[in-house]
Design a protein around this ligand. Structure first.
Ligand code: FA5
Length: 346
């Protein structure tokens, strides 16, 4: 009996050496440990042995069975490694530094318009700043002259975080930090900053309202800045983006952080002003609120309102992209449907 076990052991070792696939390994397992396998047959024979050798034979058989099981498990890992090595050896080698023949992606329409405006304003001496998306209530509201319990807070349905901070509702939330960062301009100079960013409001969604949208804010501060400077920059912005004159209207608008304040609306490019779902049948899209920075806001930013004046505007960048690319519904931008988005961008 014990001699038999040694033979089985050697036979198994010999046959294992020739195995080069999982299928063959499984067949080998069945041949030794399966229902009619060599080890199983020996186990069945134990009952026929004399009582004094039964115990030793049983013990030795179990040792052999465990050895074979362990060897198979170990060999499975070896096969996996061999397989992996084979894949590596056969893998195509890529040189990732070679530019692809076709561009595999494009910029998002909003990024394209943003970049275009940044380029225009950089040539006019503006610096570009990046505002935080998570903001303090102070920066988002108090620092732009909207104290606690001010009714203007209701105009911007706000997402509050558990730690008391908020998702910024407008890019104006960066005004105070930027004023403090740069300080008042030197005599004869101006501070000109552009700060685009993603904003969040708990809106009822429709063709022109998203809960996540982009604004692009601009601010110019100096000793002699007036509404004519403001109108000049607004005009440059729109003609450069549309590459033609577009019909706009300027009307008074209320924002606690500007005085006076204006709403600049653009004639709806989707319907040409006739009225459609995008413009809610008004023929106009609210696009570019602006105004002269309120003295309180300058003071809170550490700039003397007796000496300096400035303008600020808060462009609805997502809506501008809608008008530029004739996109009827704002929800398309965040919808993630690349096929739809690609048709607007070359
Ligand atoms: C503001 O957010 C002011 N901070 C803008 C400002 C800056 C005024 C500086 C004066 C001086 P308003 O809430 O109107 O204003 O938003 C500005 C623009 O963002 C709107 O004209 C619109 O084009 C865009 N906008 C506002 N809410 C949404 C929304 N839910 N979805 C898409 N665009 C929006």
């Amino acid at each position: 009996m014990l001699e038999n076990l040694d033979k089985i052991r050697s036979k198994f070792s010999e046959e294992l050496k020739a195995i080069d696939s999982n299928d063959k390994l499984e067949k080998l397992r069945v041949a030794f440990l399966g229902k009619k396998g060599l080890v199983t047959e020996e186990l069945k024979n134990i009952k026929n042995l004399a009582n004094d050798v039964k115990k030793v034979a049983g013990k030795e058989l179990n040792i052999l069975k465990n050895e074979i099981e362990a060897a198979i498990a170990q060999y499975q890992k070896t096969l996996e490694e061999m397989e992996y090595q084979k894949e590596i050896d056969n893998a195509e080698v890529y040189d990732y530094s070679i530019p692809s023949e076709k561009p595999v992606g494009t910029l998002h329409p909003i990024s394209i318009v943003q970049k275009q405006i940044e380029d225009i304003f950089k040539t006019m001496g503006f610096v570009i700043e990046d505002g935080l998306e998570i903001q303090t209530e102070y920066n988002n509201f108090e620092a732009v002259n909207i104290p606690k319990n001010h009714p203007a807070r209701d105009m911007q349905d706000t997402y509050y975080l558990e730690n008391g901070q908020i998702l910024k509702t407008h890019t104006s939330a960066a005004q105070n930090t930027i004023m403090k960062k740069y300080g008042a301009p030197n005599p004869g100079e101006t501070l000109k900053v552009l700060f685009p960013g993603r904003c969040f409001r708990n809106e009822n969604l429709d063709a022109s309202h998203e809960n996540t949208f982009f604004q692009l804010e601009g601010m110019m501060i100096g000793e002699d800045i007036s509404i004519s400077n403001l109108i000049y920059f607004m005009r440059v912005l729109l003609t450069e983006v549309f590459e033609r004159d577009v019909k706009v209207r300027l009307r008074p608008g209320y924002f606690p952080f500007v005085e006076p304040g204006f709403e600049l609306d653009i004639n709806c490019e989707i319907c040409g002003g006739d009225g459609c779902t995008t413009c809610k049948n008004t023929g106009w899209i609210e696009l570019l609120p602006c105004g002269m920075i309120h003295p309180n806001v300058l003071s809170m930013g550490g700039i003397d309102p007796e000496k300096y004046t400035g303008f600020a505007f808060g462009l609805g960048l997502t809506r501008l992209a809608m008008m530029k690319y004739n996109i009827k519904d704002i929800r398309l931008f965040n919808g993630g449907n690349l096929k739809q988005l690609k048709q607007f961008v070359k």
